[in-house]
Design a protein around this ligand. Structure first.
Ligand code: MRU
Length: 344
């Protein structure tokens, strides 16, 4: 198996990021030397995926700490948190770095925050491994599964969330085939998920976002497995646009729907999905594909980047701290009470 290409590299004075917008055609790296460059890279989708943008925000704070001022850290935190509004991992990572900086004298800030960011990154990596082990057990032998967007290694610091489960389940003989939604308009499914699955030698087929219903009607599926960008206190799951429709289709066909996410994606401060801020991106990203217009000049478009799947449609949520099933507020509360927080 080819060695995975590094997609986030901490170099102490800069954060080197694989430009995911160009995959799989080109391997190009972007160097960020300041927190505002990291925030810009997150906003512009150089990197994406809730856990990975959380880790890069932690490194962004470590870059800001090089200015040895509490005020610079505060400004950097604000900038990073608002770079993308939906994934709560950004706020979680910035909060963890702020805590690590408390009572630290200015001269020591660079070393302390660099160590804290590295710890945050390692925690995410380990959480992926744990979720993979727990989640794989939910699947029976030779399962056929559908996934949406990209919840693989490229979206985290480790082996991925939903795709980490898929990879481990494949190793155990529990996966026979993965169907990946292409995920309009950024095509994370076709460009990134297919690329990762094929590198791992996992049998996979690309489908457009609207094909899952038809496929579930004409053939057997055993599970839908997706990641998450924010999970509300009642278990509502916010993930890439199209996930909600997929969950409805799965319920209609009696197919279990699993969300896989670290506890850093759970936001106890958001009571339910209706309070989750849904990022709306530029309509140009819907009106064009690779810069080529696909609608009449002057056409209007909306571009919601995420949607919310109500808890009642989610069969189980897999986290590094355990599985929540049935998905409900009390289950989430119990899980969080026992959650091992990132060591920073
Ligand atoms: O817009 P993106 O590519 O950042 O959206 C990513 C997703 O929706 C993923 O499913 C989610 O972040 C989970 S990734 C482990």
């Amino acid at each position: 198996m080819p060695r995975p290409i590094p997609h986030i590299v901490w170099k102490k004075d800069r954060l080197r990021l694989l430009d995911q917008r160009l995959l799989p055609r080109r391997i190009v790296y972007v160097d960020c030397r300041t927190a505002s460059e990291v925030a810009r890279a997150i906003k512009d989708m150089v990197l994406r995926g809730a856990p990975l943008i959380g880790c890069s925000a932690a490194f962004g704070m470590a870059l800001a700490a090089r200015r040895r001022s509490a005020r610079a850290l505060e400004e950097a935190g604000r900038l990073l948190v608002k770079s993308r509004p939906t994934a709560v991992n950004l706020a979680h990572a910035v909060g963890a770095m702020r805590s690590a900086a408390e009572t630290v004298e200015p001269a020591r800030l660079p070393a302390v925050l660099a160590r804290a960011a590295e710890g945050y990154y390692r925690w995410d990596l380990e959480s992926n491994r744990r979720m993979a082990g727990l989640g794989a057990r939910l699947l029976r032998k030779c399962s056929r599964v559908v996934t949406h967007c990209n919840a693989g290694a490229l979206a985290t610091s480790g082996i991925g969330t939903a795709l980490g489960v898929v990879a481990e389940a494949f190793r155990q003989g529990r996966i026979s085939h993965v169907y990946a939604d292409e995920t309009r308009p950024y095509l994370q499914g076709s460009r990134l998920t297919l690329w990762e699955l094929m590198q791992e030698g996992i049998p996979c087929t690309l489908i457009t976002d609207s094909m899952a219903a038809h496929l579930m009607k004409i053939s057997r599926f055993d599970a839908v497995i997706v990641g998450a960008d924010r999970i509300a206190a009642n278990g509502d799951v916010c993930n890439k646009i199209g996930t909600y429709g997929l969950a409805i289709v799965a319920r209609h066909h009696g197919v279990p729907f699993y969300a896989v996410a670290p506890t850093t994606t759970i936001d106890p401060g958001t009571p339910d999905g209706s309070r989750i801020p849904i990022e709306e991106r530029s309509p140009a990203e819907v009106l064009e594909i690779s810069g080529i217009p696909i609608a009449p000049r002057g056409a209007r478009a909306r571009h919601f980047a995420f949607d919310v799947t109500p808890a009642r449609l989610v069969t189980a949520i897999v986290t590094e701290g355990g599985i929540v099933r049935p998905v409900c507020a009390s289950g989430i509360k119990r899980l969080l009470a026992a959650r091992p927080c990132p060591k920073t």
